[in-house]
Write a protein that binds this ligand. Sequence first.
Ligand code: NAP
Length: 535
Amino acid sequence: MAENIRLDAIVVGAGFAGLYAVHKLREQGLSVQGYERGAGVGGVWYWNRYPGARCDIESMEYSYSFSEALQQEWEWKEKFASQPEILAYLNHVADRFDLRRSYLFETEVRSAHYDAEEGAWTLTLSDGSAAVSRYLILGVGCLSTAMKPRIEGAERFAGQILHTGHWPHEGVDLAGKRVGIVGTGSSGVQAVPMIARQAAELTVFQRTATYTVPARNAPLDPAEVHRVKTDYADFRRRNRKMVGARGADRLNPDPKSVFEASPEERLDAFLARWAEGGMGIQATYSDLRSDLEANTIVADFVRDQIRATVQDPQTAELLCPKQVLGCKRMCIDTGYYETFNLPHVRLVDVKANPLAHFTETGLVAGEIEYPLDVAIFATGFDAMTGSLLAMDIRGRDGVTLRDAWAAGPRTYLGVGTLGFPNMFILAGPGSPSVLANVPIAAEQHVDWITGMIAYLDARGAKAIEPQQCAQDGWVEHVNAVAAGTLYTSCDSWYLGANVPGKSRVFMPLLGFPAYEARCDAVAAEGYSGFDITPA
Ligand code: NAP
């Protein structure tokens, strides 16, 4: 690429959000360049290739809605799509809309500095080149910067060390190997049953037990597909009215309180949800997610299922989560608890006996060495801010994003941040993002941001950035919404609690429909809460 090419817009990332941003900006007649550190499209679905990787949102929903032709022609195979299927879908989208020509792959953005005089961003890239653009659009993903705990002695371990979020593309042969996996969040819960099928021995190092319910994944029922596709637009509309922009047919809470039901009725209702599979169990009654006592009732039900499934009582007890159900993201699984009945699988409590160090031949927890050929870290991500702060982003007056966000991310609508004009974040902190169906949340952000760009361009404006009071008010609003829920009752990555030293701030905003309505109102008011600088 030529040095210092000047563009209308730069999009960073080729996941769901970035791909759609490139498409929409190009349609709007802007010159656009995308950068992506992976060798292909897919974002999180490009990197997370671990055994069992699969989406926990149903495939008919976890997809783009912007093109009726696309949503009609694509045939999902399973109720919950696997990582290879989602990656194939995103590759299809890239081909269908000819998006690859706008991207440079295997290209990392090292820095992005704003020039207030020019009203433009200058980026430096890993290939040594630079690019200048009016708008900087960051679709770098909420779960893209892997967290690898620093465990002493890793360099002397003779085996292989892997992270689920950076799984080797050529695959890993685990057959006959002694495998250890650290972490029992969504990634660990999905990987454990699949790894147990191959490995000679599997040791699961668990710090916090998680709630997981059976996915009951299956091939998609053609009648169900037909029902949705007959009026896909209506299906999307109904889902957009849901708090998480999904699940209108299954996740709408019963208006009844759990306290209005008899113990027998509750058990029947919970068992029906358990048999149906997926996250619907949280919607069995209206108050399971808001009232602590109600939450304990459903949590006790799940603990009973664990005790009924896992044969060894000590292992079962260790697998019973103690925190509020739904406080950390709930997982869905295929045979997770059953896996602990296999003779070659063991569970190690690393809360009681923390991981100490690697030896040449294994991992030591407490006083015990567990011999391993492969150590897998399913230890999550520096969520929501990790990938943004990995770049040297400097706004007006050279202020770094890292400094501006030292006490936690501060945005207006999760889109813009004071001091960083013409920089827009897709699915950023302060927006529904990870608490919503991400492809839909990403589409809403892209549509809104491109609408704002059209508004600015029509007025020949030079720059836009949030006002101090609008941003302060928004941060307060996001915190107030979270404070009224059970989400803040435990340490989770939503709060940044999984990253040592990270400020403890609840980052996503709960409630997609209210958020969308607020964004629409801001646009209708001529982008109220933003300062617009004329050319
Ligand atoms: P995660 O939910 O953050 O889980 C990380 C796990 O590693 C936790 O069990 C954590 O224990 C443990 N851990 C972290 N550091 C540790 C240490 N030093 N020692 C011992 N254990 C440690 O990460 P994830 O499973 O990769 O999932 C992250 C998010 O990605 C999910 O919540 C979900 O939103 C998304 N995801 C979705 C799917 C899906 O669609 N099905 C699949 C994978 C991921 P503590 O709980 O004690 O911190």
